[in-house]
Design a protein around this ligand. Structure first.
Ligand code: NAD
Length: 321
């Protein structure tokens, strides 16, 4: 059995590795070769923690396993990350435990890869301005994964606490792009591609602010009750997601669905665009939205790549069970 620590994951997984792993598993989901098992998420009544499992099987990528973990709000006081997770991979031929892989860094990388895949397949080729809503832990991963996918000339951003935007300004400086802190209305009216990655529970982007042809990756809403954009904006868009069942229940689409503005049949899995079964964007004026809810198969895909690369590079610890 392999043990692949958080530090080794950082060493072996590149943004390109994560992009390819997530794109491949979205494609496998569409082809019926990969499926997610029902998610378990429980308030355990101890340490205010939310704990659960996301699991699945990808027959094409041969990833079988689960991500176990959750949210411990008191961790910051202990100098730890509030979100904690570990990925368990099993040998699909024998059921034996194959690898234990640190899941914190990989969660950020696989979430960023999902919005990057959506930008690669759905944003206009001539997109020039990238807008960021949110400046928390995930935001820099999101920005770095997106920045090279088009010839972006400028980054504009908004955050609830504007002083936190310095983390995004530092990434922009690192890649040599101008950076501007703007209000949300200006962001909507200027950006060609937007990533939202917040814990908001109300719309931060209104339909009338968004210009035609924009692509928006809504990445923050992964729980019932969370919300980042105006349901009317969802209604006016061509809507894509990682998994429809999650999009309508815990994703950004939940509000437009509840209001009767969109129906489940209006939503296309992004895998259908990757495989060529759906054309994706069909005009320069169309607003496209990717509702990235986060599925267990993404975690398994990047963990499988991390385990393979760590073993190949003699960086994994090996334990006989
Ligand atoms: P974080 O706590 O580090 O940052 C939270 C961000 O949300 C900050 O920018 C904060 O200013 C902003 N925010 C919080 N409340 C807000 C409000 N009411 N209005 C506007 N902005 C608000 O969190 P993070 O790790 O960066 O994660 C961001 C979100 O992404 C979380 O909600 C998390 O659950 C979600 N997430 C989604 C996936 C996925 O696969 N879709 C994966 C990981 C995390």
């Amino acid at each position: 059995m392999l043990i692949v620590s958080e530090d080794i994951c950082k060493k072996v997984i590149s943004r390109q590795d994560a992009f390819e792993a997530v794109e491949a598993v979205f494609s496998a989901m569409t082809k019926g070769e990969a499926y997610n098992f029902p998610v378990i998420r429980e308030a355990i009544g101890y340490a205010d923690a939310l704990y659960g499992f996301k699991s699945g099987f990808d027959r094409a990528g041969l990833s079988l396993g689960l991500k176990s973990g959750g949210y411990w709000p008191g961790n910051t006081d202990k100098g730890l990350t509030n979100h904690q997770s570990t990925i368990f991979l099993f040998n699909p031929d024998t059921g034996q435990l194959h690898a234990l892989v640190g899941g914190n860094y990989l969660t950020a990388v696989r979430t960023a890869a999902a919005s990057a895949v959506s930008i690669a397949h759905l944003a206009r080729q001539d997109a020039k301005i990238l807008g960021m809503i949110g400046a928390g832990h995930q935001s820099t991963f999101q920005l770095r994964a997106a920045i090279k996918l088009r010839n972006f000339e400028k980054i504009i951003a908004w955050n609830h606490n504007p002083e936190k935007l310095s983390v995004l300004a530092a990434v922009a400086a690192d890649v040599g792009l101008p950076f501007e802190s703007v209000d949300r209305q200006q962001l909507g009216s200027e950006a060609d591609a937007i990533i939202t990655i917040t814990s908001a529970h109300e719309p931060l982007l209104m339909k009338n602010w968004i210009k035609p042809g924009t692509h928006i990756a809504c990445m923050g809403t992964d729980t019932k009750g969370k919300q980042e954009v105006d349901p009317q904006l969802i209604a006016a868009s061509t809507l894509f997601t990682d998994e429809i069942a999650q999009s309508v229940t815990i994703g950004e689409a939940q509000h437009a669905i509840a209001a009767g503005l969109k129906s489940q049949s209006d939503i296309t899995p992004i895998g259908n665009v990757i495989t060529g079964d759906h054309p994706g964007r069909t005009s320069a004026e169309e607003i496209t939205i990717f509702d990235g809810t986060g599925v267990g198969l993404q975690d398994l895909a990047v963990a499988n790549t991390a385990a393979r690369l760590a073993e190949k590079q003699d960086l994994a610890q090996i334990i006989e069970l």
